[in-house]
Ligand binder design. Structure first.
Ligand code: GLC
Length: 404
């Protein structure tokens, strides 16, 4: 488990309270805002994190969260990364992201995982059946529209689709030096966004000519979620789909190995010719979540990188960027601090290999961080200071982590 049962009990109570506080009901749909002030809308992977936590608390609310999420699916199958249920708040997200009522880009496809997690709690197939058509169309969209050259890696058209908006992994594809201000980064992302708009968000014919990053976490998450979707299709008796999902999952695994694996780690690539991005971020651990490293490789990865104090073994957790990378900034948004979702992905991945002590160590540090600094968006890797948005729901993932 990684933290004492009394601490776990206390953190669960606090998680329930924050998820309730941030719950909204609009037009008969129930969803959770990640933070009432900074993020007052619905986000794709956030809602999956919420549903994962809520599956331990109140299954029907977890189901509602995902119902709201798929309610704005596009005709082509894409699920937008943001839904503005209420347009009354003056936060940055009122920037028009391309469409009326939603954004026109997506985010890491965690939906099948979240849906399967709910099934694992209640063993009922009704919700699987209800969600299946949405999921089938969404994952088919990613497999086709985001892989126009048929190379079996999913491309993202904007850094924000990774969920790590200004991660240094995207500096080179954006044409930025590692040292630059947040304002410069934002400007570059919005310039790219203007291209997205000019392309009418057409990934296969237009956007593939720009940024077009094949990101390690996005593709690892895709592999894991196709595995979950295949399991769901099996439970529902959709045998043809099972074979298709498994085939696609294996093809992505092979393509990641062929085009991303270098010196013992997976690295993101960009452009039509798959140029490798050597920036050292937590993304090297994301493939653990999908079981992409062999056991020996995973052991070496842990020893060389995860437990290396010069890189990712910080006092308070796993920084998002290696401490010895030139881009590392312990307080910079996605450029160094500890994020609870990253702890969740890594600890899940470690458990998949049976490295429970390593996973417990991360869960323990997560418990300490929340106890010390509360439910914050991210945390200083050395001091544990809480940073970014307040009343942030991702820390509720602790409810799932302490359950392992
Ligand atoms: C930020 C994060 C993104 C998240 C959103 C809402 O944009 O980078 O991952 O989905 O906030 O929490």
């Amino acid at each position: 488990m990684g933290c004492t049962s009394s601490v776990a009990e206390k953190l669960k109570k606090e998680s329930i309270a924050i998820l309730e506080k941030n719950r909204r009901v609009v037009d008969g749909y129930t969803y959770t805002v990640p933070s009432p002030t900074a993020y007052p809308h619905q986000w794709l992977w956030d809602s999956c994190f919420h549903a994962i936590a809520l599956s331990h608390i109140d299954i029907s609310v977890a189901e509602d969260e995902l119902r709201a999420l798929v309610s704005h699916q596009f005709e082509n199958g894409m699920i937008p990364h943001m839904i503005y249920w209420q347009k009354d708040n003056g936060s940055f997200v009122d920037i028009e992201w391309g469409k009326e009522g939603t954004s026109a880009i997506t985010q890491p496809p965690m939906i099948a995982y979240a849906v399967l997690q709910i099934y694992q709690q209640n063993n009922e197939t009704a919700f699987l059946s209800e969600m299946y058509p949405y999921m089938h169309r969404f994952y088919t969209y990613l497999l086709t529209q985001r892989d126009p050259r048929g190379n079996h890696l999913i491309g993202i058209i904007n850094p924000d689709e990774s969920g790590e908006d200004n991660s240094p992994r995207f500096d080179i594809p954006l044409g930025l030096p590692h040292q630059h201000s947040l304002a410069e980064n934002t400007k570059r992302r919005f310039d790219l966004f203007k291209k997205n708009i000019a392309c009418d968000f057409d990934a296969p014919h237009c956007m593939k000519n720009f940024f077009w990053v094949k990101d390690v976490p996005f593709n690892a998450i895709m592999v894991k979620n196709l595995e979950c979707l295949a399991r769901i299709a099996t439970l529902l008796g959709n045998h043809d789909d099972v074979a298709t999902y498994k085939k696609e999952m294996d093809a992505i695994r092979r393509a990641m190995r062929e085009r991303m694996y270098e010196d013992g780690v997976y690295l993101s690539t960009y452009g039509a010719d798959y140029k490798t991005i050597h920036t050292h971020t937590w993304a090297i651990f994301a493939p653990l979540f999908a079981g992409l490293y062999s056991r020996e490789e995973a052991e070496k990865l842990i020893l060389t990188h995860l437990r290396n104090p010069a890189e990712f073994d910080a006092v308070c957790g796993v920084p998002t960027v290696a401490k010895n990378d030139p881009a590392y900034d312990p307080v910079g948004f996605w450029r160094g601090p500890v994020w609870m979702s990253v702890h969740w992905f890594i600890s899940k991945g470690l458990r998949g290999y049976g490295f429970h002590n390593e996973a417990d160590r991360i869960v323990q540090k997560s418990c300490e961080l929340i106890q010390r600094s509360g439910f914050r968006e991210y945390y200083h890797p050395d001091t544990g200071e809480g940073l970014g948005a307040v009343d942030f729901t991702w820390s509720a993932l602790i409810v799932d982590m302490i359950n392992d």
